[in-house]
Design a protein around this ligand. Structure first.
Ligand SMILES: Nc1ncnc2c1ncn2[C@@H]1O[C@H](COP(=O)(O)OP(=O)(O)OP(=O)(O)O)[C@@H](O)[C@H]1O
Ligand SMILES: [Mg+2]
Length: 284
């Protein structure tokens, strides 16, 4: 199986090989690590999700697509514990529960970005990315306050990690710039940087390319693929750009009005008449 980006979105220099069992380091797709079973979620009379089941395998890029209001963001909010479904189970790394716990999710290695950018606009890029290290900080408040040895060592380690992320996402030139002054596309990249600073095993990306121009989308696509390939990070991706979704995803789940109407490889999903009718035929 090959992954290749559509010409108009991403003219890649070379096609990327996707490991399908043979040894390919971090990219080798593994076991199911997240299994969502019969998830139902409603807000008053609004059924956001109805009996949704699908799973995510280690190291894969798993897309969630569907028209506006289909329940995609709600699904991500269920995965990271912000929403608690009324029905269903979530099995994460073999442990079954009814809902995830937001404060534990980050420590369990799951990081996310938001559909609407959630950064501290007045703070610099560097300081915003540093907030992504919060769950990794161990020194006590007192030790930090008086700059004891352990706190100092820890600070150096965190700075080092943050600088690695900054280099990886090629944002050295804006590291001291307040986020609010940056164009939208770069703010999205800073949000990805903050999520990566947590060194997650699983990354939940809610429309990371929304509102971007073609060049910015190309960059974001490349970074997502690089994160997946170099660190083996499992990626759950919500995206409206079908060219991007079909080219970079290993598997796609399709939601419509809170129900699952398709699940499979990009080719399988594209050939599914229900999906074509509900989603591909719309303006997305
Ligand atoms: N906190 C909430 N309170 C009430 N209703 C909500 C809440 N969150 C989501 N919903 C409703 O649940 C449904 C699914 O919304 P959701 O945001 O998950 O869709 P989506 O697929 O992410 O849409 P979009 O593509 O527009 O981002 C919608 O009808 C929405 O109004
Ligand atoms: Mg959404």
């Amino acid at each position: 199986m090959k992954r290749h980006i559509t010409e108009e979105v991403q003219p890649m220099e070379q096609e990327r090989e996707v490991a399908t069992g043979e040894n390919d380091g971090a990219r080798k797709i593994g076991e199911v690590i997240l299994d969502l079973q019969n998830i139902s979620l409603s807000f008053g009379g609004v059924k956001a999700l109805t009996d949704i089941s699908f799973n995510v395998r280690e190291h894969e890029i798993r897309a969630i697509i569907g028209p506006n209001g289909a329940g995609k963001s709600s699904m991500i909010n269920v995965i990271n514990g912000v929403y608690h479904p009324q029905k269903g189970n979530i099995v994460f790394r073999g442990e079954q529960r009814h809902s995830m716990h937001p404060s534990k999710v980050a420590r369990q290695g799951i990081a996310r970005t938001f559909q609407n950018i959630a950064l501290f606009k007045g703070m610099t890029v560097l300081d915003n990315i540093m907030t992504g290290r919060n769950t990794k900080m161990h020194s006590s408040f007192l030790a930090n306050a008086i700059w004891w040895g352990s706190a100092r060592k820890e600070e150096i380690l965190h700075r080092h990690k943050v600088e690695e992320v900054i280099d990886f996402l090629e944002i050295q030139h804006i590291r001291k710039t307040p986020v609010g002054r940056l164009p939208y596309g770069l703010q999205k990249r800073v949000e990805l940087a903050r999520a990566l600073a947590a060194e997650p095993d699983m990354l939940l990306l809610d429309e990371p390319m929304a509102g971007m121009n073609v060049e910015e989308k190309q960059d974001m696509c490349r970074f997502i693929l690089d994160v997946n390939e170099q660190f083996g990070t499992t990626i759950v991706l919500i995206e409206h750009d079908m060219g991007v979704v079909m080219d970079i995803s290993d598997r796609v789940v399709v939601l419509d009005y809170g129900k699952k109407i398709g699940d499979g490889t990009p080719d399988e999903v594209m050939a599914n008449p229900e999906v074509i009718k509900a989603y591909l035929g719309t303006s997305h």
